[in-house]
Ligand binder design. Structure first.
Ligand SMILES: NC(=O)c1ccc[n+]([C@@H]2O[C@H](COP(=O)([O-])OP(=O)(O)OC[C@H]3O[C@@H](n4cnc5c(N)ncnc54)[C@H](O)[C@@H]3O)[C@@H](O)[C@H]2O)c1
Length: 146
C-alpha cells in the first residue's frame, strides 16, 4: 500500500515557508512564482506557527475592502491550528484526513521533523497512477501479453 513517504520520495521534501510577519502581498507573490497554493508559516524558534493558503486569503480578506495586502502580515490570516500527517501513513488515510478536516495541504512529519508537504493534487495524482498501473496489469493478464 502506498504511503505519503512514496509521494515525498517522488516530489521531493522541500517546503516553501514564510515568517509570520511577512506581508500577505509578499506571500501571495511567492505562491504565484512557485505555482503553489499554500505556505507553511515558521516562527523564530523554527516551529510551525500556521499555514497560509489561497483559501485563507479568499475567505478572510474577501469583503474587507479597507485591508491592504502589503500592510497585513500573514499571521493575521493564516490558519493557526495546523493539521499534519506522518510520512508512514497511507494515501487512503491522507485522503480521509483531508476530507475530514477540510484541508488541501498537509505538512508531512517523521518523528518531530518536517520532511515535506503534500497537497490534494499530489494524492489524486498518486491514486490515478496506481489505477492506471492496475488496469495495465489486468489488460496484460487478460490478453496474456506479458
Ligand atoms: N504536475 C504535478 O505534478 C502536479 C502535482 C500536484 C498538483 N498538480 C495540479 O496543480 C493544481 C493545484 O494543485 P493542488 O490543489 O494540489 O495544490 P497546489 O497548487 O498547492 O500544489 C501544487 C504542487 O505544489 C506542492 N506544494 C504546495 N505548497 C507547497 C509548499 N508550501 N512547499 C512545497 N510544496 C508545495 C504540492 O505538494 C503540489 O505538488 C491542480 O490542478 C493539480 O492537478 C500538479
Amino acid at each position: 500500500m502506498k504511503t505519503i513517504q512514496d509521494i515525498i520520495n517522488h516530489k521531493g521534501g522541500s517546503v516553501w515557508d514564510v515568517r509570520p510577519e511577512v506581508s500577505v502581498y509578499e506571500a501571495l507573490l511567492l505562491m504565484k512564482e512557485q505555482g503553489i497554493g499554500a505556505l507553511l508559516v515558521i516562527n523564530d524558534d523554527k516551529e510551525v506557527a500556521g499555514i497560509f493558503s489561497e483559501r485563507d486569503y479568499a475567505r478572510r480578506m474577501m469583503g474587507d475592502t479597507g485591508a491592504d495586502t502589503r500592510k497585513t502580515p500573514v499571521s493575521e490570516l493564516m490558519t493557526k491550528n495546523v493539521q499534519g500527517i506522518m510520512a508512514h501513513r497511507t494515501i487512503e488515510e491522507c485522503m480521509a484526513l483531508m476530507t475530514d478536516k477540510r484541508v488541501r495541504h498537509l505538512p508531512v512529519f517523521e518523528e518531530d521533523e518536517l520532511v515535506g508537504m503534500v497537497s490534494i493534487g499530489d494524492v489524486v495524482k498518486a491514486v490515478i497512477h496506481d489505477q492506471a498501473f492496475l488496469i495495465d496489469q489486468l489488460e496484460h493478464y487478460i490478453t496474456g501479453s506479458f
